[in-house]
Design a protein around this ligand. Structure first.
Ligand code: HEM
Length: 227
């Protein structure tokens, strides 16, 4: 089936609501991963973190005789690709719908996070590529040890510029998530005025949870709590 048949004019994926649904569903999958990933990493605070993290990694790598991790990786990759496709395609569609731009800037209707969704998305993609080369494959890690995620995390974050890069990326991730969760709730129909404030608060609360949990790792290493 060609892409025109799947996402061409008149099809569900060709419509802006179709693309928004793709963004919401794939965003939810990516968000679920980020939450689960953070929960897994919180094991660094257990009494025997090196063993706990190693067993967790061995479990993930051996799940379904090694097939499980590949199913999850392919699922994540497909979700990320569709999320980026829908975002790019919606941007192009919006530009085509109003090529001239507004005479007066209507920025006060949008928040800082919503105006920065596109570039925060691009920076996050660069973060993910760096992160994979850093803590999964080790090419950009100075002392990478195979199957020792705890040690890699500690020695990795002992480098100040790397920790700063992670902390800044996590703040961006938080802004991206807060606006993303909020947009997703609207696309999925939870935009009733009565729930608007509640949805906004829920989005900010979830995003803050992820930012605080994730930035705690480099901070705990730099403070000498994790060693
Ligand atoms: C400070 C925050 C983070 C820490 C400490 C961290 C830590 C780690 C570690 C130790 C691994 C390697 C696990 C292993 O090989 O067993 C890993 C893998 C990974 N991380 Fe993170 N991570 C963080 C944030 C993120 C974020 C925000 C994302 C996505 C937006 C992410 C996406 C991934 C992915 C996709 C993998 C590869 C999983 C695989 O295919 O094996 N991480 N992370």
């Amino acid at each position: 089936m060609s892409t025109v048949a799947l996402a061409g004019p008149g099809t569900f994926l060709g419509s802006s609501i179709g693309k928004k649904v793709v963004m919401a569903v794939t965003g939810l999958m990516l968000f679920g991963f980020v939450l689960g990933h953070m929960a897994g990493n919180l094991q660094v605070y257990l009494p025997h973190p090196e063993e706990a993290m190693r067993s967790y990694a061995l479990f993930l790598h051996g799940f379904l005789h090694g097939a499980g991790i590949w199913v999850a990786r392919l699922g994540l990759l497909a979700a990320a690709a569709l999320h980026i496709w829908a975002a790019t395609s919606l941007t192009i569609q919006n530009k085509e719908a109003r090529p001239v731009g507004y005479r007066q800037w209507v920025g006060w209707e949008s928040t800082y996070a919503s105006r920065t969704m596109r570039w925060s998305g691009v920076i996050l993609l660069s973060f993910i590529i760096f992160h994979l080369l850093h803590l999964t494959t080790g090419q950009v890690h100075p002392q990478f040890e195979d199957m020792n995620p705890y040690r890699n995390l500690v020695t990795g974050f002992q480098q100040l510029p790397v920790s700063i890069f992670y902390i800044l990326s996590m703040v961006l991730l938080g802004m991206h998530l807060a606006h993303g969760v909020w947009s997703m709730l609207q696309t999925l129909g939870l935009s009733h005025p009565r729930y608007k404030k509640l949805a906004q608060k829920a989005a900010v609360a979830f995003a803050s949870l992820v930012v605080l949990g994730n930035i705690s790792f480099p901070i705990a290493v730099l403070a000498g709590i994790l060693k």
